[in-house]
Design a protein around this ligand. Structure first.
Ligand SMILES: Nc1ncnc2c1ncn2[C@@H]1O[C@H](COP(=O)(O)OP(=O)(O)O)[C@@H](O)[C@H]1O
Ligand SMILES: [Mg+2]
Length: 215
């Protein structure tokens, strides 16, 4: 069973890329290769010129810090507050207490959650939970943010809020790669669209729409 084959993709620093395609097309696998959750059986994955497949295991956390990741299910720690969830991502990098106290409230403000700092995930709406996940993804000031169907569980209005934040994150200079099924979002943002069909790139449009192809 091959998840991806013959994929040749170059993403420049600062780009915003939508990755579209039917379930099972290979979107999540492609993203996992990019944040080194999977390694390819053949070929190379280069991030900032570094071959992720040959990365020494001790360097994996170092590269991961430069890539923020957001999932459909936010994967927040259930017994921790919004502040604690975001702080945890900094603590594991060895950041000082002072830095944590400065940066965590700032990123939570950026995602519009200044008034919910002490709420736990079960006290937050799904849109608010995804905002916490976004804050966590950017708190280390990563070069890139990878989002795997981040709006999959959200109603359209809430989804727009999350996409607006990803757009803002991109405008502040970070590369954003987002896998999605949300046709309306893809069509309206008018960004680069890479379409996967059965593990192959079927289309790569500079300013594309979701399209009406076989996916
Ligand atoms: N951990 C895995 N082990 C083996 N096959 C997998 C694994 N994850 C996904 N696949 C398979 O790889 C293909 C691509 O899956 P995936 O990347 O999850 O697609 P998408 O995110 O586009 O829905 C599918 O055929 C899927 O069944
Ligand atoms: Mg997927």
């Amino acid at each position: 069973m091959v998840a991806l084959s013959g994929v040749n993709l170059r993403v420049e620093r600062g780009e915003f890329v939508f990755l579209v395609g039917a379930s099972g097309a290979g979107k999540s696998t492609l993203l996992k290769l990019l944040y080194r959750e999977e390694t390819a059986t053949r070929g190379q994955i280069l991030f900032n010129g570094r071959n992720l497949g040959r990365l020494h295991p001790s360097l994996v956390p170092h590269v991961r810090r430069k890539i923020g990741v957001v999932f459909q299910d936010c994967k927040l720690l259930p017994n921790k507050t919004a502040l604690e969830n975001v702080a945890f991502a900094l603590e594991v990098t060895g950041a000082s207490g002072r830095e944590i106290r400065r940066r965590v409230p700032a990123v939570l403000e950026l995602v519009g959650l200044s008034n919910r700092l002490r709420a736990c995930p079960h006290e937050l709406s799904s849109g608010e939970q995804q905002r916490v996940a976004l804050a966590r993804a950017i708190v280390n000031n990563p070069a890139a943010v990878i989002a795997d169907e981040p709006t999959g569980n959200l109603d359209p209005d809430t989804a727009w809020g999350i996409v607006g934040l990803l757009d803002e994150i991109n405008r502040r200079g970070r590369t954003v790669i987002m896998a999605t099924h949300a046709q309306g979002i893809v069509n309206r943002l008018n960004r680069r669209v890479v379409a996967l069909v059965e593990g192959r790139i079927n289309r790569d449009d500079r300013q594309g729409g979701y399209g009406h192809g076989p996916f």
